[in-house]
Structure formats: structure tokens, C-alpha cells
Design a protein around this ligand. Structure first.
Ligand SMILES: *Cc1c(COP(=O)(O)O)cnc(C)c1O
Length: 228
């Protein structure tokens, strides 16, 4: 994809985000765009950065580290949106500003211990499994509050909100149902000390539904970079 095409896609996505914000009567800056660059070359990240994008999301640690090395001259805010694995927590704690898929107290403890003291606390979102499938990633809704209580003891983590990755569906009502469930869960488990202001939800095919239901971080890959 040329830089011009990338830039055009990026503007189109930003226009869709702004339109959804208007529809939901939310301010245009209520939603931050994380550009998901997994399986895309470093050159594409560099081109999009030149358009003004700063937050990039990666799902695979080895791939991300290679790209970060190539792009070390840029002030990118790196978000890890993949599955957290115990043997990768050190790379996450040292190389990323955000981890969206926290779902395990042991991982939380490791990220806390491994976050370098010279960096600000690691921003995390707790991933919630709203579909109830045992095979799906994320914690069950009833396990969110206990995990948050454990994270509250870990000052090197800053819990910013909740994240979900619903099963893909073209049915907008169904899309909205999961996103609404995440927002309602957030409203239930938020406390004065942990406001959980961020809702990381919405991808290329369901970003409008997510924004209508209160998303503050949308994670968009295909609609910007094309098919992987
Ligand atoms: C790949 C991925 C995305 C981006 O998906 P697109 O459909 O390409 O926009 C968002 N979130 C997560 C967790 C992903 O793994």
C-alpha cells in the first residue's frame, strides 16, 4: 500500500470515528485510535506516523520488538493487544506503554515487578470474556473485581479500564450488546480509586457500535492497513 493510500484510509477511519462520536453525542476527542500494525511492515508504521498517528498496537511480541528496534527514532506509544504469556511479561513491561489483555493475577504481579523504575507505571486494561466460552481469552465478569483488587496492590501498574474482543458478528444489535455489557460491568466495578475510564473495544468492523456504547480506545487494523 502506498503512503497516500494509507493516509487516505487513516483519514476515512478518523472521519468514521468522528461521525460515530457525533451520533452518540460524545465529544470528537472522546475516542483515541490505536492503529493495529501487527503483520504490517515497519515502513507502513513509519508512513502512518508521518501522517500524525502516534499510538500503534501489536499482538506478537517478537514481531513487535523487531519493529520497535527499526522505529526507535520515532515517538510511538506502543500498545500490546495480544495474549499475555508469562514468559513474555518482561518484554511487555519494558517495551510497551499499554497492555490491553491483562487477564491473570500472576501476569499482573510479573508486569509490576518487571516494569523498569525509570518508566511511568504500565497502563493496563483488564480483558473480559463476555461470551462465557471457556476457550475465549479474558476473565469472566465475576472475576474482574477480585483481579482489580489484586492490581490495586501493584503500584507499577495503572489500571486504566476494561477491554473486550467479542466474537465477530455483522449484526449491529449483537455487537452493541457485548459493548454495552462491558460498559455496564465497568460501571459496576469502578471505584473512586479506580475509575476505569477507558473502554478498549471496537475494531475495523464494529467500531461504530463500540463508540455508540462508550468506547474510548478503538483498535483498528484492516481498515487502515488493508488485509493482513
Ligand atoms: C488484530 C486485532 C485488532 C484489529 O482488528 P481489525 O479487524 O484488523 O481492525 C484489534 N484488536 C485485537 C485484540 C486484535 O488482535
Amino acid at each position: 500500500m502506498t503512503s497516500e493510500e494509507l493516509s487516505r484510509n487513516w483519514h476515512t477511519v478518523r472521519t468514521r470515528i468522528a461521525g460515530a462520536c457525533a451520533q452518540a453525542q460524545r465529544p470528537a476527542d472522546a475516542v483515541a485510535l490505536v492503529a493495529v500494525s501487527k503483520k504490517q511492515p515497519a515502513a507502513a508504521v513509519r508512513a502512518l506516523y508521518a501522517s500524525g498517528q502516534r499510538a500503534f498496537g501489536e499482538s506478537y511480541v517478537q514481531e513487535a520488538l523487531a519493529k520497535q528496534a527499526e522505529l526507535a527514532d520515532l515517538a510511538i506509544v506502543w500498545h500490546f493487544i495480544g495474549r499475555v504469556q508469562a514468559n513474555k511479561t518482561r518484554a511487555l513491561a519494558t517495551q510497551f506503554a499499554w497492555v490491553h489483555g491483562l487477564a491473570d493475577a500472576v501476569h499482573a504481579q510479573r508486569l509490576h515487578e518487571q516494569r523498569p523504575p525509570e518508566l511511568p507505571p504500565l497502563n493496563v486494561c483488564v480483558q473480559v470474556n463476555l461470551s462465557g466460552e471457556a476457550t475465549k481469552e479474558g476473565v469472566m465478569p465475576e472475576a474482574v473485581a477480585p483481579l482489580l483488587a489484586q492490581c490495586a496492590q501493584l503500584p507499577r501498574l495503572r489500571v486504566r479500564g476494561l477491554m473486550t474482543l467479542p466474537a465477530p458478528t455483522a449484526d449491529e444489535h449483537e455487537q452493541r450488546r457485548s459493548f454495552q455489557a462491558l460498559r455496564q460491568l465497568r460501571n459496576q466495578v469502578a471505584t473512586p480509586d479506580c475509575a476505569l475510564a477507558e473502554l478498549s473495544m471496537g475494531m475495523s468492523d464494529d467500531l461504530v457500535a463500540a463508540i455508540i456504547e462508550g468506547a474510548t480506545l478503538v483498535r483498528i487494523g484492516t481498515a487502515i492497513f488493508g488485509a493482513r
